[in-house]
Ligand binder design. Structure first.
Ligand code: ATP
Length: 335
C-alpha cells in the first residue's frame, strides 16, 4: 500500500466536556483539493486549526509523508494558510506583504524579488504591487494573501473560508483562479467551507461533517448522487424527503428525491396542485401540494425543478393541477 501524502488519523478534540471533533480520519493526495464542508459549529475550523498546529488534538495524529507532525509547532509544518479575513499587514504594500515571509528564509534580495514577482504574476496582480491593502478590493486582497501563502513553496495549503467575505461575482472568479493555481502548483490543499456549491465546484474530494463527525467522504458527484445519510442528502443541494411506513413489516424508511428528478406526467401518477412557481433564471421551481388521499404523500409539499419548455407543455399556472412520478433510479432510500 502506498503511503498517503497527508494523513489525518482518528482526531478527537474536547473543550471541557464538549466534543468538538470525534474520530476524524481521512487522507489527502499530493495533488488533491479537499473541502471540509458542514454547517456552522460542526468542527471544521477546529480541525483545520489542529492540522495547522494552532490547536492541539485530544487524540489522534497528523502525518505528512509518513512523518508525525502532531506535536510540531506551526512553523515546522511547512504549510501556507489563507484566512477569510485576508490578515494582511495594513502598513505594508502588496509586494512587502508577500516578501515578508521570504525574509526569514535567508534569501538574497534579488532572489526574494524574483519570487515575489513570480507569485504576483501567478495571481495576476503585478500591476498593484505598490498598493496598500486599504487601496485594494476584497478579491485583490485575497489574491495577495494567496500569493503570500504560496510564496514559500509550502508542502500543503490550508484555506479557511477564503471566499465567504466576497461578493458573488468575485467569488465565482476566484474559485476558478484558486483551483487553477492549485493545479498548476500540484499542491495538496484543504479548504474549509459551509457553502455546498463552493465544495461541489472546487473539490476533488469532499469531507462532509456534522456534529463533530464525518458523515461522508467522496467526490462531489458521489456525495450529490449517492448521499449515504439523510443529513448529507439534505445538506448538499435540495431534496424532498418523507417517511414511508410499511406497517406490515414495521419498517420505517426515509425516501428522498431531488427536485430535478421528479417527472411531470399528463396522465398517470400522483395528483398535485401547483401552489407556487418561482423563476430561478435557468429553471423554474414548482411547489406542488399532493392532493391524492390514496398516496402516503397526501398534503405533502414537494419542490420540483422544470424548464420553461415544461411550463409551456403542461400549461402550468398557479392553483392548476398536474400529476407527478418518481423515477425509481433517482429514489434515495434510508432505513
Ligand atoms: P463556523 O463555520 O461557524 O466557524 P465550524 O464548523 O468551523 O463553524 P468550529 O469553529 O470548529 O466550527 O467550532 C466547533 C464547536 O467547538 C463550536 O460549538 C464551538 O463553539 C466550539 N469551540 C471552538 N473553539 C472552542 C474553544 N476554544 N473553547 C470552547 N469551545 C470551542
Amino acid at each position: 500500500m502506498t503511503q498517503p501524502f497527508l494523513e489525518i488519523g482518528q482526531i478527537s478534540k474536547e473543550f471541557g466536556v464538549f466534543k468538538a471533533l470525534e474520530d476524524i480520519s481521512f487522507t489527502i493526495d499530493k495533488n488533491e483539493f479537499v473541502c471540509l464542508l458542514g454547517p456552522s459549529g460542526c468542527g471544521k475550523t477546529t480541525l483545520l486549526r489542529i492540522i495547522a498546529g494552532l490547536e492541539t488534538p485530544s487524540k489522534g495524529f497528523i502525518r505528512l509523508e509518513g512523518n508525525d507532525l502532531t506535536s510540531l509547532p506551526p512553523s515546522k509544518r511547512d504549510f501556507g494558510i489563507v484566512f477569510q479575513s485576508y490578515a494582511l499587514f495594513p502598513n505594508l504594500t502588496a509586494y512587502q506583504n508577500i516578501e515578508y515571509g521570504l525574509k526569514n528564509r535567508n534569501l538574497k534580495k534579488k532572489e526574494r524579488q524574483e519570487r515575489v514577482y513570480e507569485v504576483l504574476e501567478m495571481v495576476d496582480l503585478s500591476h498593484i504591487q505598490k498598493k496598500y491593502p486599504s487601496q485594494l478590493s476584497g478579491g485583490q486582497q485575497q489574491r495577495v494573501a494567496l500569493a503570500r501563502a504560496i510564496a514559500l513553496s509550502p508542502k500543503f495549503l490550508l484555506l479557511d473560508e477564503p471566499l465567504s467575505a466576497l461578493d458573488a461575482k468575485v467569488r465565482d472568479k476566484l474559485r476558478y483562479e484558486i483551483r487553477a493555481i492549485q493545479e498548476k502548483l500540484g499542491i495538496a490543499t484543504i479548504m474549509v467551507t459551509h457553502d455546498q456549491e463552493e465544495a461541489l465546484t472546487m473539490a476533488d474530494k469532499v469531507v462532509v461533517m456534522n456534529n463533530a463527525k464525518i458523515m461522508q467522504i467522496g467526490s462531489p458527484q458521489e456525495i450529490y448522487n449517492q448521499p449515504h445519510h439523510p443529513f448529507v442528502a439534505d445538506f448538499i443541494g435540495s431534496i424532498n424527503m418523507w417517511k414511508a411506513e410499511k406497517r406490515t413489516a414495521g419498517i420505517n424508511k426515509i425516501i428522498g428525491i431531488r427536485p430535478e428528478h421528479v417527472q411531470l406526467s399528463h396522465d398517470e401518477g400522483v395528483k398535485t396542485r401547483l401552489e407556487n412557481i418561482e423563476f430561478r433564471g435557468a429553471s423554474y421551481r414548482l411547489q406542488l401540494c399532493v392532493e391524492d388521499v390514496s398516496s402516503p404523500l397526501n398534503k405533502q409539499i414537494l419542490k420540483v425543478d422544470v424548464s420553461a419548455a415544461t411550463i409551456h407543455e403542461y400549461s402550468l399556472r398557479k392553483d392548476g393541477t398536474v400529476s407527478i412520478q418518481f423515477p425509481e433510479p433517482h429514489l434515495l432510500t434510508y432505513e
